[in-house]
Design a protein around this ligand. Sequence first.
Ligand code: ADP
Length: 619
Amino acid sequence: MSEDTTKHEFQAEVSQLLDIVINSLYTDREIFVRELVSNASDALEKMRHTSLTEKQVHQPDRELQIEITTDEEAGTITFQDAGIGMTREELEQNLGTIAHSGSKQFVKAMAEKDQKESGLIGQFGVGFYSAFMVGDKVEVFSRSWKPESENLVWTSDGKTGYTIDTVDEEVDRGSKIVVHIREDFKEYATTEKLKSILQNYSSFVSFPLLLGEDRINTVEALWRKRKKEITAEEYTEFYKFTSNAFDDPRFTMHFQASEPIELNALLFVPEQNTELFGFGQMESGVSLYCKNVLIDAKPEGLLPEWLRFLRGVIDSADIPLNISRESMQDSTLVRKIGQVITKRFIKFLDGEAKNETEKYNDFYAKFGRFLKEGVVIDHDNREKIAGLIRFESSMTEKGETTSFADYLTKAKEDQDKIYYLIGPDRATIESGPYLEAFKARGLEVIFLFDQVDEYLVQHLGEFDGKQLLAANSGGIDLDDDPAAEAEGDSLAEDDITALTEFLTEEFGDRVEKVTASKRLIGSPVAALTPENGMNAQMRGMMRAMNPEEAAPPVKVDFEINPRHELIKNLAAVRESDPETAKMVAAHLFDNALLDAGLLEDRKDLISRGFDLLGAVLKR
Ligand code: ADP
C-alpha cells in the first residue's frame, strides 16, 4: 500500500449482498462473466455517447472494445474495457454502495428470508459483486474519460471492505478488472472454459469482444436482424444478457416498422412481477437506441409508467444521435415512438389473450395490476387496455375469467349497462342480497375482488358505449320480467305504505328512501348506494386518502322485500307490538349495512342483537 491508500468499509447493504453472493446463492457461478462483460459493454456505450458531446476526452483514439485474458498459472481473469472508466468518487459510489432503493429492499428481504429458497435473485442484477462468487480478491484499475483524471485501483477481498489507491504508472482509459480466482474454481481461469461461456451471448455485445488474440463475436444488434433469422434461444439469451436476468421471458415481442417512423423494438415481459413481493416499484428496463448506438439506458417518459415491467430495446433511426436527456423528454418524436410502441404492445397482448389464452391468464394473474393502472392513468389507451382486463362473473365458474367484450356478447338485446359488484371474494358477493335479481333476469354481473377495482370502474366509466354500473346502486330499473318475478304473495299496497313510512321514520337521516323492492327474491332487505351516494369502496378510498378526517355519515336506499315472510311478519308486529318491531327494524338495518360493507360501528350491532334476543325470550 502506498501513502495515499484510503481504506473504506462497504455500506451495510453491500456487505449483506456480498454475503448472499458468496454463500452459494447462485448455483450458476459462471454468470459473473456475463455480468462483467455486460458492465464493460455499458461503459463502452456510455463512452460512445459521451464522445458525441464532449470535446476533451482522455485517450480519444482508444479502440472501443473489450479484451479478456486469463493467466492459468496465476489463476486470474482480466476484463479490460475502453469505456468511460471511474473517478475516485465514482469508485466509492458505484462499487461501495447500493444506490438503487429496489436493490436495497431486495437485500433486506433476502437477508431475512432463507436465501436459497428464493428464485427471485434473478430479478436483481447483483452485477459487479458476482465476481466474488469465484474470486477471493478483485482489483479494478480505472481511469475516467475526464481529462486530468487519476490513475486508480480499487481492491477488495469482498469481506472486510475495500481500498482505493493511486497507481504510479499510467492506466488506460476505462476499467481493467482483475479477478483472482479461488482455488476451488480454478477451472474458470482457462481459455476453453471462458470461451464456451462467452459464446452464449457474445453476439449481443455491441463491441468487439476479444479473448486473448481471438475475436469471438461479430457485432450485431439482434433487434435489427430479421425475425426469421432469430431463434427462440437467442431471444432468451439476449433478454438475460441485457436485463441481467436469470429467468426466461414470459413474452417476447419483436416489432419492426418503417412507417411512419423507422423502429425496431424488442420487448420482454419477465417471469416475475417483483412488485408483488413488496420490493417497491419496478424500474423500466427499456433502453433507447439509434441505429445500434445507445442513446439512453433509462429514457424517462418514453413509455408510460404502467409499462414499467417491460425489458428490452427500442431502436429508432430517426432520433438525433446527440440528443440530450433534457431535450429528449419533450421531444415529440420520442413521445410518438412511445405511443406507437404502447399501442403495438397492447395489440400484442390482445393477440396473446386470444391465441395463447392460458399463457395470457397466467400473465394476467401476475401483471394484471399494471393493466388496471393503465386504465386509470393512460387516457389515450384506456378502452384498449380495458379490453385486456379479466375478471370472474356470475356466469363464470369460480377461478375462470371473462372480459368486457365477452360480457357484451352475452348481454341482453336492450341492455345498455354493464353490471358489476365489488367484494372481498366470490362467496361474499354470491351470498349477498344484490345478485339474485340479476341472476333471475339472466343478466351477467362482473365480480371484482381487488382493492384498486373501484378506481378502475370509476376511471373507465363505460366500455363500448355501455355504462358500468354497480349492481348494488339504488335506482336501477330492472324489467318486470314475469319469469323473474319472485314467487309468493306480496303484502298489500296499504301495508307496504304503512311499513315503509314506519321504517323511514325509524331510520331517520340514515336513509335516502325506503321502498318495496322488485329485485329481492330470497333476501328480506338490502341497502343500496343512493344515486350520487358513496359505496363502501369509495368510503374506503376516502379514509385512505384522509385518515384524519371523519367520513360523512352513511346514507342508503333501503329496500324491503314485500314477499318475504320476515317482512310480512314485521308489518303485522308493527301494529301489535311497535317496540319489538323497532328492534327488529334496527337489526335488519344493521344486517343490510353489513352486507353492503357499510357497517362501520359494530358495537351497536351487538348490543342491538342482545336487546332483540332479550325481547324474544321474554315472550
Ligand atoms: P449495475 O451494472 O446493475 O448498475 P453493478 O454492481 O454491476 O450494477 O455496477 C455498479 C456500477 O458500477 C455501474 O452502474 C457502473 O456505474 C459502475 N461500473 C461497473 N463496472 C464498470 C466498468 N467496467 N466501467 C465503468 N463503470 C463500471
